[in-house]
Design a protein around this ligand. Structure first.
Ligand SMILES: *Cc1c(COP(=O)(O)O)cnc(C)c1O
Length: 446
């Protein structure tokens, strides 16, 4: 391989790169000192609204291409100012956001993408090739499921769907071709919890038998929890993927995605983004950097406190058959949730998503009641909006039985663990009494 000569390091101490400050504060200030923008004068980084960048000379342009996707293995030592060439390769806003996201997930490196699906495609695309196999949990975000079932067969990448809630099923499913184990936890929409550590231990055992270039990797979609409530890398996962559109963005204004993982993966992810093109726009990167990520802890802390109260309110309602919320003592995976869902200070952090099931005479009756409930809320509620997506400052409601999973007949839905009367709530920042008032009114009308 051709030897690459990188620019000389500048021997300059970072003004403030310290682990003495909390993760929460880091999400506001990042590395504080950075060569990526004029730190000495701006309080807030400017939006780098430039598709292409001025190069001082042909030599400097050439140097930029040489340095692109050649990440130093000493990322914390500040080097010379980066050479920016073209937005798709990298620019200051995405770079700064990526540093902060890596920190939030306790990972070594992060690369952002134009959407959550862009990030998922990149993580799986980088780790697999024709003939490889992916093992995925049997319930997934709809578009991830379609990616694996509509497109991957074309590339002869086999996908096995397995119930990973019981990790023993994984052991039986692994074959020499398996390269990725992929899941979301809590699972959408049921909020079942998959034990990350158990899965990672099985994979580590399998990897002892494998050559370094045939390793098996654990990829977790952490969109539902956000890094405030759960950091899968701390429990042994290799990669985390995110839809920044949800909790991290928080305000529902921008689409975005991210992959966080080991340092060696950064260059591959950058090359993948360069060539497949799912680039996060600078304006969206800036919103997440300046508004989304710094407010994540304060939003989530409030939202999960409200979620706990709403979950208790639902549990006490005679028209409700069942409530799944990781924070409830009687939730079937409460202990698992307590083991792996923690905020930055180690407190139990059960998140802002609730799934509940309405009572009905039979599955079809449940589905009809669910639909009626949702339609009443859509027309009459002030604080609850019928919409897909989640992790927004506004409370969102969705009925998987008649919406996202409507194509599946009621009896099949039950087999997959999706109750036809099930309703998904994503709790926002409204005052809890107002949300309860709107829910009460809807219950009185079904
Ligand atoms: C929304 C979502 C995605 C996809 O993210 P986009 O930003 O919409 O592409 C992936 N996984 C989960 C769990 C999601 O909720």
């Amino acid at each position: 391989m051709k030897k690459i000569k990188l620019s000389k390091k500048v021997n300059r101490k970072p003004l403030l790169v310290s682990n003495d400050y909390s993760a929460e504060t880091h999400l506001i200030y990042g590395k504080a000192y950075t060569e990526k923008w004029d730190y000495s004068h701006h309080l807030v980084p400017p939006i780098t609204s430039s598709a292409t960048f001025r190069l001082e000379s042909a030599q400097r342009g050439a140097q930029g291409f040489v340095e692109f996707a050649h990440t130093s293995n000493e990322p914390d030592i500040p080097g010379p100012a980066p050479i920016y060439i073209y937005d798709r390769l990298g620019e200051p806003n995405k770079d700064m956001l990526e540093e902060n996201l890596a920190l939030a997930e306790a990972g070594e490196a992060c690369v952002t993408f134009g959407s959550g699906m862009g990030a998922i495609s990149a993580a799986l695309g980088m780790l697999t090739a024709t003939g490889d196999e992916i093992i995925a949990h049997n319930i997934l975000y709809g578009c991830t499921y379609e990616l694996l079932t509509r497109w991957y067969p074309r590339y002869k990448i086999n996908v096995k769907f397995v119930d990973l809630v019981s990790s023993r099923n994984l052991q039986k499913a692994i074959s020499p071709n398996t390269r990725v184990v992929y899941f979301e936890t809590p699972v959408n929409p049921t909020l079942d919890i998959i034990d990350i550590e158990e899965i990672a231990d099985i994979v580590a055992e399998e990897n002892k038998k494998r050559k370094p270039n045939r390793k098996l990797y654990v990829v977790v979609d952490n969109t539902f929890s956000s890094p405030f409530c759960q950091r899968p890398l701390e429990h042994g996962a290799d990669f985390v993927v995110h839809s920044l559109t949800k909790n991290i963005g928080g305000f529902g204004t921008d689409l975005g995605g991210a992959v966080i993982g080991p340092l060696w993966s950064r260059d591959l992810l950058l090359l993948f983004r360069k060539d497949f093109g799912a680039v996060l726009s600078t304006k969206s990167a800036w919103s997440v950097l300046v508004y989304g990520l710094p407010t994540l802890p304060v939003r989530l802390r409030q939202q999960q406190q409200t979620a706990m109260e709403i979950a208790r309110f639902l549990l006490a309602n005679p028209k409700v058959e069942m409530v799944n919320y990781p924070g409830l003592d009687n939730f079937k995976h409460h202990d698992r949730a307590k083991k792996q869902m923690h905020d930055f200070d180690g407190n139990f952090a059960p998140g802002s998503m609730i799934y509940f099931v309405l009572k009905g005479k039979n599955p079809e009756d449940s589905r009809k009641r669910g639909e009626k409930f949702i339609n009443f809320v859509a027309k009459n509620a002030y604080t609850i909006t019928l919409a897909v997506s989640l992790g927004n400052i506004r409370t969102l409601i969705e009925h998987p039985g008649s919406m996202t999973h409507a194509a599946i007949p009621a009896s099949e839905q039950i087999k997959k663990g999706i109750d036809p009367g099930g309703i998904r709530l994503s709790i926002g920042l409204e005052k809890v009494d107002d949300i309860i008032r709107d829910l009460k009114e809807a219950f009185d009308n079904i």
